[in-house]
Design a protein around this ligand. Structure first.
Ligand code: PMP
Ligand code: GLN
Length: 384
């Protein structure tokens, strides 16, 4: 439909997120989709049964704005059990419709015009738009290819009186790296005696391999007292389409967060919240997750070990990075599109996670898939 409106875009230069683009392309060309991160297997039957149960019971109207008390109490218990940190379920825990929304509200709650926010790249693609829409200025530190470790000396140099927040993400999407206790202590030291807010994206908190333990920001008192901790049930319970998660933060930060959240969404799906309140008790589900995904990681890596790809380390998350400079010198975005159309395998070009489109000739593949899917994908990758 034509319009005569004269619009100045609030987000000039912004296109459609890579996940929507690659999934649409994969569907159109019948490619194996290891691009967008989602499992191709179902979530636990008991969870489905619980949602149905609460729908039939009539739990179908608005939930309280911060989430149903039953679920917030269970989140407080689980956090204490996993990380030894107490959060008050009434004033420090908010149930939110997914981590993307949590990140947006947390950033909106603290970032004002001209505030600087430290973004460590490659970075999940929703961070920068949320900062700039609020008038903030992202300042960047790059993880050095191919180890993708944080350069804390560089971060230290970026900190000044304008620094409002820093975003961290562990286990990391897309790199599969994991922050250690000494990384967290370094951040604790760097932010001591500052007003810097830490936004800690921990959506893959239960997906760590080789015996590594998740170092939540909430385990470090100097960080917990200045952090929004962003969690997502979608990754832990294999139901990314339910878009449900929560935010942990000290009361003062939570109050500011809720001022925004109440007018962006108000609340999120009531029967799903009740279902999670029941299912969070099933510890065995999340305790089994590291082995469950480690097996998938190893299965996939083993199938492609003789391919011409460089298989980079993966300590957490459900993403495997593959370097392709022995195969092609094409720009990663172009190659990802070509592989989807011609070879029928879809991955994500890692350059999309950098503001300056840094291209190290690396593609990201999601291994949260059945063995049949991974086998099909590996067969294609080995032929390239
Ligand atoms: N942060 C990271 C690092 C992610 O990988 C994702 C999605 N995979 C999100 C946030 C968003 O999660 P949600 O689907 O709960 O919005
Ligand atoms: N976070 C998922 C990924 O990295 C996708 C999320 C989305 O599609 N918005 O692939």
């Amino acid at each position: 439909m034509e319009t005569s409106l004269n619009l100045t875009s609030k987000m000039p230069g912004t296109g459609t997120t890579i996940f929507a683009v690659m999934s649409a392309l994969a569907n159109e060309h019948g490619a194996v989709n290891l691009a967008q991160g989602f499992p191709d297997f179902n979530c636990p039957e008991k969870l489905v049964e619980r949602v149905n149960h609460y729908m039939r019971l009539g739990k179908n109207q608005y939930a309280p704005m911060p989430g149903v008390p039953e679920l917030r109490k269970k989140i407080a218990e689980k956090t204490l059990k996993c990380y030894g940190t107490e959060y008050d379920w009434q004033s420090e825990i908010t149930v939110v419709g997914g981590a993307t929304l949590s990140l947006f509200c947390a950033i909106s709650a603290v970032v004002k015009e001209n505030d600087e926010v430290i973004v460590i790249e490659p970075a999940y693609d929703s961070y920068i738009p949320a900062i700039t829409l609020n008038g903030g200025k992202p300042v960047f530190s790059k993880l050095k290819y191919p180890t993708y470790q944080i350069n804390w000396q560089e971060i230290k140099k970026l900190i000044n009186f304008r620094t409002r927040a820093i975003l961290i993400n562990s286990p990391h999407n897309p790199c599969g790296t994991v922050l250690t206790a000494s990384d967290m202590q370094e951040l604790e030291r760097l932010t001591e005696n500052t007003d810097i807010v830490v936004i800690s994206d921990e959506v893959y908190e239960h997906i760590l391999f080789d015996g590594l333990k998740h170092q939540s920001a909430c385990m470090f008192p100097g960080l917990a007292s200045r952090s929004f901790i962003i969690s997502s049930f979608g990754k832990t319970y294999h139901n990314t389409g339910w878009k449900m998660g929560y935010v942990l933060a000290p009361e003062k930060l939570t109050a500011e967060f809720r001022k925004i959240y109440q007018y962006v969404a108000f609340s999120t799906s009531t029967p799903v919240q009740y279902a999670f309140a029941d299912f969070l008790e099933v510890e065995s589900h999340y305790l089994a997750l590291p082995k469950f995904y480690e097996q998938k990681r190893d299965f996939f890596r083993d199938l492609i070990k003789d391919s011409r790809f460089k298989v980079l380390p993966c300590s957490g998350s459900y993403f495997q990075l593959l370097g392709y400079d022995a195969i092609s010198q094409q720009q990663d975005y172009e190659l990802a599109v070509k592989l989807t159309k011609k070879s029928k395998i879809a991955g994500v070009p890692v350059s999309v996670f950098y503001h300056d489109k840094t291209d190290n000739k690396v593609l990201r593949f999601c291994f949260a898939k059945n063995e049949e899917t991974l086998t099909k994908a590996a067969e294609i990758l080995c032929r390239l």
